[in-house]
Design a protein. Structure first.
Length: 312
């Protein structure tokens, strides 16, 4: 057709995604009780930046990573949406609840081949299940992703993520039921200009309910109010730190032959100028004049040196 729009290359997954926010119909429970998922989308964008540090060493080149719009759907619908091929289903303990990391089997096998020095090529015919080495790679990926995931959640809540046992069959997941409502966060990982692979991080709605108040907020990284009492106590503690102060009056030098012939009663002559150096640890504090104060030897500071870039 003359007026038809040309086909444009797309990096996003071609399969249609459900809308991010779904409302419950008559007599049907609402899938998403949090309303606007702006905060979780912002958290996913933070995690996408952290994904680059995970996959660039594995793929051995610069990686583009991004977060796609969120989707809310039931677990049975999500499983039906997945391609009918080998998939890694990795539970991630989320404190006392469970999230799910979902990876395409082909992508896992490509990473495994790169890990053992290959070119990153997946087998022409995909196996029916993962080998022990592939399962170990999935567990390794989970541990590596858990670090930026924890950092991404930190402004929102302190959550500890732990890696469970990888399953190739979703029906073997004990903590997930077909009717469970899920929030699906999808990440694109593309090395250089290559076609992207996709990783899904799936949160059951029940696992996010303890963080419902924070998730409905508009701001994730909110600056904490200053604690004046804590700052005062910290300043006092710092001001009570002790430093050794010393002065070097003279440092005479003599030949080794004379040093070896010294005896009790011998005199070593010294001389020093009007000002002597005053040291704090190994750093020069300044200079001073030797004298007495209240019957004790003392040094009167006549000049101060630059300390840590600050001239006094």
């Amino acid at each position: 057709m003359v007026n038809a729009k040309p086909d444009l290359p797309r990096e996003r997954r071609e399969r249609a995604r459900p809308q991010a926010v779904q409302t419950g119909g008559l007599g049907q429970a609402k899938l998403n009780p949090f309303g606007d998922l702006h905060t979780l989308q912002h958290l996913s964008a933070r995690l996408a930046r952290g994904m680059r540090g995970v996959f660039e060493p594995l793929l051995r080149e610069e990686v583009r990573a991004w977060a796609e719009p969120l989707a809310v759907q039931r677990f049975s619908d999500y499983r039906a949406e997945r391609p009918d091929r080998l998939t890694a289903w990795l539970p991630l303990g989320m404190d006392d609840r469970t999230a799910l990391l979902v990876l395409d089997g082909g992508f896992v096998l490509e990473l495994l081949d790169l890990f053992f020095g290959g070119t990153g090529a997946a087998p022409a015919e995909m196996p029916a299940e993962f080998s022990p080495a592939a399962e170990a790679m999935v567990a390794r990926l989970g541990q590596m992703i858990a670090q930026p995931l924890t950092a991404a959640w930190e402004p929102l809540a302190r959550v500890t993520f732990t890696v469970g046992r990888c399953e190739a069959n979703a029906s073997m997941l004990s903590n997930f039921d077909g009717d469970d409502a899920l929030i699906v966060t999808r990440f694109g990982i593309a090395p250089g200009s290559a076609k992207p692979s996709f990783i899904d991080l799936v949160y059951p709605v029940s696992a996010l309910k303890p963080h419902g108040t924070a998730l409905t907020g508009k701001v994730v990284a909110k600056a904490a109010a200053e604690d004046a009492a804590w700052q005062t106590a910290l300043t006092r503690a710092a001001m009570n730190v002790r430093f050794p102060v010393r002065s070097v009056l003279a440092e005479p030098t003599i030949r080794l032959s004379k040093l070896m012939s010294l005896q009790t009663g011998d005199v070593i002559p010294i001389s020093f100028g009007q000002d002597v150096p005053v040291m704090v640890g190994n750093d020069r504090l300044g200079s001073g004049t030797v004298g007495t104060s209240n019957g004790h030897a003392a040094i009167k500071l006549t000049s101060l040196a630059s300390l840590e870039g600050l001239t006094q």
